[in-house]
Design a protein around this ligand. Sequence first.
Ligand code: MSP
Length: 483
Amino acid sequence: MGKFYITTPIYYVNDKPHIGHAYTTFVADVFARWYRLNGENVFFLTGTDEHGGKIEKSALEKGKTPKELVDENSDKYRQVWEKLNISYNRFIRTTDYSHEKAVKLFLQKVWDNGDIYKGEYTGFYCLPDERYITESELLDGKCPTCGREVQKISEEAYFFRLSKYKDKIVDAIKNGFIIPEKNANEILSRLNGELKDLDITRKNVSWGIKFPFDESHSVYVWFDALINYLSGLDWPDGENFKTFWPADIHLVGKEIVWFHSVIWPAMLFSAGIPVPKRIVAHAWWTVDGKKMSKSIGNVVNPIDMVEKYGADAFRYFLIREKPVWDDGDFSESALKNRINGELMSDLSNLVARVLTLAEKFKGKITGNPDLEGFIDEEKVRAAFDNYDPYSAINLIFEGIRKVNKYFNDKKPWTLEGEDLSNVLYNAIEAIRIISIFLSPFMPETSEKIERMLSVDTQTLKDAHFKTNVDSVKRGENLFNKVD
Ligand code: MSP
């Protein structure tokens, strides 16, 4: 049995989660469930990023203490993950004492390695992104990533010798550290320029971990946050750290690839810890054609979507509507089309038609496997191994359409006896196998099918035709038409 460690970024808790956050976490969940289905030992980490000036400011605006705000919003994240059936193994918070301890130990290692020095930071800072920006990076005087106002700051600071690790970082990226290539190329071209040392403390931010070598500073929120990937495994001595590190995938949005592919490996090189295997970047959702923003009022709350359409329909939409690396547009009308389209016509109707006929059949349902291999398992596996769950779901639905075609072509309503039994046997076994392949994407639907077929939780090893079919029971429709 192999191991598989996947992480999401930890989310800022200045506000409640929206579909952008739900997307990163859901895609990670699909990977985690897929590798579990393959019998791998999986650890899936997610959590919340709770320090820094942005949260401090938000709390102040809302008339709360930072602690009250982070407790409240961190809980909201957990609630959404529960509604979306996210199967994380641990939820980490950067305000956990054990995390703070890990950050301090990590800093000690970097300090002992001579990679921290005192200086003066003069430049710009984007508070929403918690990011330092040089004058040449500014776009029309604004943040080049989010387009918002930046602050000019000039303050005493401690620096990390990021520049020292440039060559090692470039080598790693050239060797496929970042997926997909377009994001790797972006980072490589940024690394063509000068790589400056990184300011890792803030003199004027008090909501943060105190910098152990000078407590008048707090640790820069990104330096603190990245260490969650280790503290989430109880680094340095935890069994989970020994079993799961290095991470197999850090799944991140495209705008934070720099932090994960440049700053994070440099920190690890300095602390003498192996670097993660892959940084996988996903692209962004717009909503009704526009960037999601509070001022436009188009921020989509994932809980509303789950309550209206169900977790699985929403999950299906998120994975099916766009390839992971391309931007895509979210709209409720597109979501409804997916439900009324392939979820109803390809999947739900197939299950209903087959099981209705099977319930009426007297006698044992058995036959010869005409449809073995209708979902190309090797191709699905290859899609996941290429970090591409979008292609995987398409392959699965191709298989589902083959079963529909088989069932229609055989015209089972005109058959009886052995001939009818054979068609039912093939269709029911196919549906059982479909439920296995769908389980990483639509776990509730998969369980509903298992209940209809009276089978227990299955793994990928069960995705082959058995000799006969146990009792079946047509339950409620898996999906219903939405207007
Ligand atoms: N706290 C940092 C991450 C620290 S990791 C050590 C952070 N948090 S975040 O809450 O701003 O965003 C986290 C994730 O949400 C990112 O992966 C980001 O890409 C994703 N999304 C936020 N808005 C999004 C869309 N509109 N579309 C898709 N994903 C987006 O960054």
